[in-house]
Design a protein around this ligand. Structure first.
Ligand SMILES: *Cc1c(COP(=O)(O)O)cnc(C)c1O
Length: 470
């Protein structure tokens, strides 16, 4: 399997070459040259596999330049009960008739990003060793991504992480999660400023090509294809759990996905394109409804960061959805020239109009809806009252938007993208009591923290990286 750019300007590359790059040289995103197809017989055979072995079967369709035995070891090393809190790795948690949560947040940082990032950590270590090189990951975070990256890369050989976060702007729990890591290869840099300032520094440092090359600067952002591929796995897993014992071996399931950068739901789209019987992909946004607007109207109009609201489901507060280009590529019949023309139009006009393609949205299974702060609180309360389960604010957006799309005979799986303890202030607002704490996290705020507070200028960060790089 080779990888191309959505904009057509990249010679076909094997998986491990695109793995360590960000954007393609032409500014596009890497996509597989064809979507691998899965047969009904394969789907049945995969029912009895462990999660790790299911991951191996799915991932080997996308990763053909790593020996199969090594890939199997990588998935078994990643998807272990000790890392993901139990044998099933991703449990199904029924809420009511026909609706269940898909428990993607049992990993070390209690958010779904662990599902892909834990695999990425092992994959990077393996590929870097094989190539005899090292990588210094530079990133900016306002919460979930940074901690998932750090927990995935901690103690890995040949990798260091330099993670910028806005000083004093994350919750005490999120700070404790990140800053309590004592591993020598993890560098927490708290910047005086807001998230956008952190992001600007990352852009300035990685925009200095000489510095970037000299120190082998890399990223683990959500456009990395390996993250998408690893996320495809849990759609297959969710399907097999929800259709166990069904009379029809190709029984359909719908998924509802709390969305921001369009990475999670893109993996669902890929799974459906591979032949998994998915009926609907329900895209849920919060007040930042760029994607909901697109699926409702066909008009894509990314917002300025000044137009992006700070909400109580902060990991979905995005102004432009970095993975969306891959979906549009498929929508346009995988035609890079048309895609490129559309993105040129976007750059020139700030929006584009694909309303002529609205019939195809349904053909791809997509529907969408938005949820507000009041909806989130009401949904958290309602689910708690009916089931005793406490859900996090992002998952609540998913449940709220999913409910009108529930159909008889089609299980609706809402992706649980985080556990509520990460966003306890909103849980207290909704329920008048703090979120339950999973075992092992009781006193996390009391642990010693390892963080450097730094000035928000690129030179300071460059000097730090130069001194500590692997
Ligand atoms: C990252 C994140 C999302 C959004 O996922 P995308 O892949 O960016 O669409 C939703 N919920 C939580 C808790 C997250 O951390």
């Amino acid at each position: 399997m080779k990888y191309l750019s959505t904009r057509g300007g990249m010679a076909p590359q094997p998986f491990t070459d695109v793995l360590l790059e960000g954007l393609a040289p032409d500014g596009g995103l890497a996509v597989p040259e064809a979507i691998p197809q899965v047969t009904p017989e394969q789907l049945q055979a995969w029912r009895s596999l462990s999660y790790a072995d299911l991951a191996y079967e799915v991932l080997k369709l996308f990763i053909t330049d790593i020996p199969e035995q090594d890939l199997r070891e990588l998935t078994r090393k990643t998807y272990r009960p000790e890392v993901f809190g139990g044998e099933v790795i991703v449990p199904l948690k029924p809420l009511k008739q026909g609706v269940a949560l898909l428990g993607l947040s049992e990993g070390p940082t209690l958010a779904f990003k662990d599902m892909a990032m834990q695999f990425l950590g092992n994959l990077f270590e393996y590929v870097l060793a094989r190539r005899g090189t090292t990588l210094n990951i530079l990133g900016a975070t306002s919460g979930d991504t940074g901690s998932a990256a750090e927990y995935a890369m901690r103690g890995k050989k040949g990798v260091a992480v330099f993670m910028l976060s806005p000083a004093g702007r994350m919750s005490a729990f999120q700070r404790a999660q990140m800053y309590s890591l004592q591993d020598a290869n993890i560098h927490n840099l708290a910047v005086h400023g807001v998230f956008d300032d952190c992001q600007d520094i990352v852009k300035a440092v990685s925009g200095d090509l000489a510095f970037k090359t000299a120190h082998r600067i890399g990223a683990v952002n959500s456009i990395n294809w390996a993250r998408i591929a690893a996320q495809v796995v849990y759609y297959f897993h969710g399907w097999r759990l929800a259709t166990e014992g069904a009379a029809d071996p190709m029984a359909q399931v719908s998924f509802a996905v709390p969305s921001g950068n369009f990475g999670n739901i893109l993996a669902g789209h890929v799974a459906r394109s591979m032949g998994l019987p998915i009926r609907r992909l329900v895209l849920a946004t919060n007040e930042n409804n760029v994607l909901e607007e697109f699926f409702r109207t066909g008009i894509y109009r990314p917002r300025a960061s000044s137009e992006t609201y700070e909400t109580s489901s902060p990991s979905m507060d995005i102004s432009k959805a970095s993975n969306f280009e891959r979906f549009v590529y498929d929508l346009l019949g995988r035609d890079p020239a048309r895609l490129k023309a559309l993105w040129d139009e976007l750059a020139a006009q700030g929006s584009f109009d694909l309303s002529a393609y609205r019939p195809q949205f349904a053909q791809y299974g997509f529907v969408s809806g938005t949820s507000t702060h009041a909806d989130r609180l009401a949904t958290i309360r309602q689910v708690h009252a009916e089931t005793g389960v406490v859900i996090d604010p992002h998952t609540a957006d998913g449940v709220k938007v999913a409910l009108p799309f529930v159909e008889p005979g089609v299980p609706m799986l809402v992706l649980e993208t985080a556990l509520p303890v990460k966003f306890s202030a909103t849980i207290e607002e909704a329920l008048g009591q703090p979120a339950p704490r999973p075992a092992g996290f009781e006193n996390i705020e009391q642990l010693p923290q390892r963080v450097q507070t730094v000035n928000g200028d690129a030179q300071t960060i460059k000097d730090l990286i130069a001194a500590e790089a692997v």
